[in-house]
Design a protein around this ligand. Structure first.
Ligand code: ADP
Ligand code: MG
Length: 470
């Protein structure tokens, strides 16, 4: 492997991928492999078991997605039916995102039913959709185990197993369920494990459940060189003020704030809302619908601050943010690196700020040393909160009760808003269309007009309800 900086990445066309997969890659505009993909794709395609350590955002989903679907296509040609691939993820959102990416990859191969099986939503419809076995199941351990033990999910024909974010699956206390599921699978299978960390628990998991696994560690030598890190020393009861001061000082368009617990996350979010910031929170107690709304609002930039726990944020494919604030010090150097890695991606610059208490100077210095970074510490007194410098998003979010299921496309919505409602094009920002909802970022001055339009006119012959989200 080339180790110089002038290394040219390999092209997907150099790999023996099925035509259907090459077509999907072309649709997606992916021509060259990421570093992590270069490190593992040939092993994955050869069907060797693999344990891969690579950081968030390195393109692991595509690596195992190509491996699983290539094997699925070949198996189906040879007459395979039933569930071929099982992907286990730590959280519902991650499962949804992985399934979404697999659907895009499988687009040119007929008969690929990809089902998400996650908790937090009723089990009845999931059981109903299992009457015709999917080819691929992406799920969280609790629900998958439940459905196997109820004999609704038949895993006896599984050929490919993926453990995505395996370290998080363990951290979230799913070790027992995961072990139970692995024991229920056929012994002869292709297993792949992906993890951002490679601690002893992951190593023993690899030994126990993978066979002759290639252990691949993707070095992260870009080490966030584009990221400026700073520490601020604060008093215990001043963290809300400190976060507010940082937000009015930096005025980020997008910022992630990390806390340790759900409770702290919600409390900080409520306080910032009260001060007038545009802020949402993501943690384990939200319903699936709430989380979807929050993540969408953040990604279409109608909300510019997201307060999150590590668990909720882990693995989510969010666009890069301008500013990361650690409202509380991370519990490990690995977690710190993950948080900080949300900014400064892809040659952009970013800033990551860590708030520490009086007694945490040493802990932060240790993290700096372990992660090979420079984190000077200042006193927060140097910063002030300025209520008149709160940066709000340019657009507000209009949610429409109609999505892909209703065959609504971006073109339909743009047509309705620009051509029919005569809203100037410049007032429409990003859009996102999910299974049954559409979200459009619209400048405040045009929101009323947009809502009135949906109230009074049909789109594609359908009346769609629309409302502004907070
Ligand atoms: P990870 O699982 O390692 O955290 P993801 O699989 O979520 O990372 O990928 C991060 C982003 O990179 C996604 O938006 C994905 O679509 C994109 N991506 C993956 N592989 C490629 C590639 N070869 N070329 C361009 N973009 C890619
Ligand atoms: Mg991933």
């Amino acid at each position: 492997m080339n180790t110089t900086n002038t290394h040219t990445p390999q092209a997907f066309s150099e790999y023996p991928l099925e035509g259907a997969l090459q077509s999907s890659l072309a649709d997606l505009g992916y021509t060259h492999l990421t570093k992590a993909q270069e490190a593992c794709l040939s092993v994955v395609l050869e069907g060797q078991d693999a344990a891969v350590k690579a950081k968030t955002g390195s393109g692991k989903t595509l690596a195992f997605g190509l491996g699983a679907l290539q094997s699925l296509i070949k198996a189906q040609e040879a007459g395979h039916s039933g569930v071929h691939t099982l992907v286990l993820c730590p959280t519902r959102e991650l499962a949804q995102q992985v399934a979404e990416q697999l659907r895009l990859l499988a687009k040119h191969h007929a008969n690929t039913k990809i089902l998400t099986l996650v908790g937090g939503i009723s089990i009845g419809p999931q059981i109903a959709s299992l009457v015709h076995a999917p080819s691929v199941v992406v799920g969280t351990p609790g629900r998958v185990m439940d459905l196997i033990s109820k004999q609704k999910l038949d895993v006896s024909a599984v050929k490919t197993l993926v453990l995505d974010e395996a370290d998080r699956i363990l951290d979230m206390g799913f070790a027992d369920q995961m072990g139970w599921i692995l024991n229920a699978l056929p012994k002869a299978r292709h297993s792949m494990l992906f993890s951002a960390t490679f601690g002893s628990a992951i190593q023993s998991l690899t030994k126990q459940y993978l066979q002759k696994a290639a252990v691949i560690e993707v070095e992260d030598n870009e080490q966030h060189s584009q990221i400026t890190q700073l520490g601020y020393q604060i008093q215990d009861d001043r963290s809300v003020y400190a976060v507010a001061a940082l937000l009015t000082h930096y005025q980020p368009q997008s910022c992630m704030v990390f806390c340790q617990t759900k409770h702290e996350t919600q409390a900080l979010c409520d306080e910032l809302l009260g001060m007038g910031f545009s802020v949402h929170t993501i943690h384990g107690d939200l319903t699936q619908a709430q989380r979807q709304q929050v993540l969408t609002q953040f990604s279409i930039k109608t909300c510019n601050v997201l307060v999150a726990t590590d668990v909720a944020a882990r693995g989510l494919d969010l666009d890069q943010v301008d500013l990361v604030i650690n409202a509380q010090l991370a519990d490990s150097a690995e977690t710190h690196t993950h948080r900080v890695g949300r900014t400064g991606r892809a040659e952009q610059t970013g800033t990551a700020i860590t708030l520490i208490q009086d007694n945490q100077q040493k802990a932060l210095a240790q993290i700096a040393e372990l992660t090979n970074s420079h984190i000077p510490v200042k006193h927060i007194q140097a910063l002030r909160f300025h209520a008149n410098r709160i940066a709000l998003p340019e657009h507000e979010c209009v949610m429409i009760d109609g999505g892909k299921k209703q065959k609504i496309s971006k073109g339909d919505l743009l047509g309705a808003l620009i051509k029919q409602a005569e809203i100037v094009k410049d007032d429409i920002g990003k859009m996102q269309i999910t299974h049954d909802k559409s979200y459009v970022a619209i400048k405040q001055r045009s929101v009323k007009r947009a809502l009135a339009h949906f109230r009074e006119h049909k789109v594609k012959g359908k009346s769609l309800r629309a409302r502004k989200l907070k």
